[in-house]
Structures are given as structure tokens and as C-alpha cells.
Write a protein that binds this ligand. Structure first.
Ligand SMILES: [Zn+2]
Length: 222
């Protein structure tokens, strides 16, 4: 699953010749999530990664440098005949802010879902979660956002699994799902282990090794 973070604007309060006002585009799989939308965000995106259709928008707070680009962006989506609803999340007050802004800028024909969030909320998405957190800023209800990836299995290594005595087939699937399986003991292990009990133990340990390796792969996966 691809995950990238594109900083469309990193200046504060006033744009510079080289830096736009705050906006961060997260691309995860097919999702396109915009965090903040400072004035000029449209152009920042148009001249870089492209002004993609957004999946949803999150505002951190209502200082003008963080949202003034949103009405124009929404109008562009409308001119491009967007039909899909767009959710705009933010601290309490987001409904009044966006409603007022769009009264000035003009209405859009797609549905705007205005969602007020507070620390402790968790938004479940396909394979990840987004959680607002309180941050210290000059306004009382500013939010930061944390994107949590759900645990994912690492890349399966069939050669190592086979070498450790796992039988190719359903056992590979069990291991990939994080389960501990019992594979056939290797021929070398069988002769080296001697008795039945040792042979079983040898096979079991080998499979445990493969499972542990899988577990480490999962933990290391981004
Ligand atoms: Zn601010």
C-alpha cells in the first residue's frame, strides 16, 4: 500500500516566493486527504502533483492562513462537475465557518459533509485510522491529526520458510496470517535429532523461527 506525504505549503501567516501557506496532502492507496488548505493551495497542487479529487479534508484550526484556500478549491471541484460528497472535518465551529465561507464564495452542487471533531474521536478508514489530538496553539481548540496504519503482514519469504521445514501450501497462508504452524521436520533435522520427541521439538522450533521472523517482518513493515 503506497503512502506518501506531500507538503503543498509550509509557510506560516504570510506566503513567500517559494513557500505556500499550510497544506499537506496525504496519499494512501486511492485516498487523497488534505490537511489544512491555506490560500493558494490550489496553485501549489496544480503546479506540482496535480489538483486531484480529494477524498476528505481536515482543518487544524480556523486561523485564516489555514483555511482561506478552501472555498476556491471547493468551487474548482464544482466547476469540474464533482458529484461525490466531500467531508470537511475540523474543530467545533467548522460548520459555521464553511457555511459562511460558501455563502460568500457561492454554493457547490456536490454535498459537503461538515464534521466537528474533538480529541478522543477515532475515524475508521479502510486499513487505517485518523484521530484528532489536542495541540497547543493560540486558539483553544486547535487539533493535530494522527494517521494510524493498521498492522499489515510483511512480505512472505517462501525460501526461508521451506528451509525451516514448513510445508509449501496451506501452512504458508497460516504463517502469513501470523499463526504458528507445525511443519514437517527437515530431513537433516530428523537424522540429527534422533528420537521422536527430539524430532518433533526440532520441527516445532523451526516453525516457531519462521513465525517469529514473520512477526518481526510485520513489526518492521511501514
Ligand atoms: Zn494558527
Amino acid at each position: 500500500m503506497d503512502l506518501s506525504v506531500f507538503f503543498a505549503g509550509t509557510a506560516g501567516s504570510i506566503p513567500t516566493a517559494r513557500r505556500g501557506l499550510p497544506a499537506v496532502l496525504v496519499r494512501r492507496g486511492g485516498d487523497r486527504i488534505l490537511f489544512d488548505c491555506g490560500e493558494g493551495t490550489q496553485r501549489q497542487l496544480v503546479q506540482s502533483v496535480g489538483l486531484t479529487e480529494l477524498t476528505e479534508v481536515f482543518l487544524t484550526h480556523f486561523h485564516a492562513d489555514h483555511w482561506l484556500g478552501l472555498p476556491g478549491l471547493l468551487k474548482t471541484f464544482d466547476l469540474r462537475a464533482r458529484e461525490r460528497p466531500l467531508a470537511v472535518h475540523g474543530p467545533p465551529g467548522i460548520r459555521e465557518l464553511v457555511t459562511l465561507a460558501m455563502r460568500v464564495a457561492g454554493r457547490v452542487r456536490f454535498e459537503l459533509e461538515l464534521v466537528e471533531l474533538a480529541p478522543g474521536d477515532v475515524l475508521e478508514r479502510d486499513g487505517y485510522k485518523i484521530a484528532p489530538v489536542a495541540v497547543a496553539h493560540r486558539v483553544s481548540n486547535a487539533l493535530g491529526y494522527v494517521l494510524y496504519e493498521d498492522p499489515r503482514p510483511g512480505e512472505f519469504d517462501p525460501e526461508t520458510a521451506t528451509a525451516l521445514g514448513v510445508v509449501p501450501g496451506p501452512e504458508f497462508g497460516y504463517l502469513q496470517r501470523g499463526e504458528t504452524v507445525r511443519g514437517a521436520p527437515r530431513a537433516g533435522a530428523r537424522s540429527a535429532a534422533g528420537g521422536t520427541q527430539d524430532r518433533d521439538l526440532g520441527g516445532h522450533l523451526a516453525v516457531r523461527d519462521a513465525a517469529d521472523r514473520q512477526s518481526r517482518c510485520r513489526r518492521a513493515a511501514p
